[in-house]
Every structure is written in C-alpha cells, then in structure tokens.
Design a protein around this ligand. Structure first.
Ligand code: FE2
Ligand code: FE2
Length: 196
C-alpha cells in the first residue's frame, strides 16, 4: 500500500504522454539520484547497522533502473543529457528537521514518499504509454518502487517508536502532496516525473 495523500490527476498523464522524451530523461536522472541518495545515507549514518545492507541493495537496484531507462532513451534515438530538475525533491526535504534523531526519521520518510509517488506515476504510465516496450519497462519498475517505499518505512519502523513514525508520516504525506503539485521548471515548462 502506498502512503500518499493525493492521487495524480489525469491531466498529468496527458502532459507526460505529450512529452515522452523529457519524461524518460527526467526518469533516468531520478533513478541515478535515488541510488546516490541511498549511498549518501550509508556515509551519513554508518553507526546504524540496520540501514547498511537494505540501502546498499536499494542503491544497486536504482542503478540497474538507471541503465534500463537509459537503454530505452537510446532505443528511441535520444541522448542522455543534463535536465533542470523539478522543484519536488528540494521542496520535500524542507520538512527534514535539523537535529537528530528527528533528522534521520524525516529523511527516511521523505525518501519513502519519493518512492511512493514514483511508483504511483509509473503505474499510470505502465498503462498509458503507446509504446509496448515502455509499458513493459514501467510494469517491472512499479514492483521495485513499491518495495523501496516499504523498505524506507520498515527502516523507520525499526529505529523509531510506531507512534512517532505514524505522526510524522502524516506530516510527510501532506507536505509531499504540496510538493508534487508545484509547476514544471519555468525554463522549459515541460512536465517532470514529479511536477504538476
Ligand atoms: Fe528505481
Ligand atoms: Fe526506488
């Protein structure tokens, strides 16, 4: 079960289908960032033994996803390149409190939110892409991203009392709903995986 406060509107799917190249490029960057995020946590929290193997595993999966999306970008005749990110992740991490142990809990819940929204939107695209190979790719990815969402929640549940996790999860879900409703970057006005 995905913990999200809002459902993605049909209008986002329509915009995504109108801009497949930019959605795939943004998606590739998101997979790369998801791997880097998990690895950063290994550097930031080496004292938390319970994080090490699950986040190492997660980072490797995200890099495989990066390679899979990259292969489809190339198959379509496009090139990987820089892309202005959506405001989503930067907005989301504004909810992270500065002092430990709150900080780690908030990071874990932010990352759980990103996985949940990615999963929800990839599931929509898994039904909507006109390209059968992309539908198949996204059906595969949905299962992994749903598992990653659960992994981050399980890591939080392992380290914090359940009442603290539940209370903060509610805040994270509300904050995430505002972040994902932010418009696409003004530079190109094109949709992103996590923009309006
Ligand atoms: Fe992924
Ligand atoms: Fe993921």
């Amino acid at each position: 079960m995905l913990h999200l406060a809002t459902k993605t509107p049909d209008s986002w799917v329509d915009r995504a289908l109108a801009h497949p190249a930019v959605i795939l490029l943004d998606h590739a960057h998101c997979e790369k960032k998801a791997a880097a995020t998990a690895i950063n946590m290994l550097f930031r929290y080496p004292q938390h033994a319970s994080l090490l193997v699950p986040l190492s595993h997660l980072a490797r999966e995200e890099l495989l996803h990066f390679e899979m999306v990259l292969a489809h970008i190339r198959r379509r005749g496009d090139a990987f390149d820089r892309l202005a990110p959506s405001a989503y992740a930067a907005e989301l991490v504004k909810m992270v409190r500065p002092a430990e142990p709150d900080r780690l809990l908030d990071f874990l819940l932010c990352f759980a939110m990103i996985e949940a929204r990615s999963c929800e939107r990839m599931a929509l695209l898994a039904d909507a892409w006109p390209d059968a190979a992309l539908r198949e790719l996204y059906r595969d990815l949905v299962l992994s991203e749903e598992r990653h969402h659960s992994t981050y929640l399980a890591l939080a549940a392992d380290l914090y009392p359940s009442a603290a996790v539940e209370a903060r999860l509610r805040t994270a879900m509300e904050h995430e709903a505002r972040a994902v409703a932010l418009p696409a970057p003004a530079r190109d006005g094109q949709p992103r995986l996590h923009s309006a």
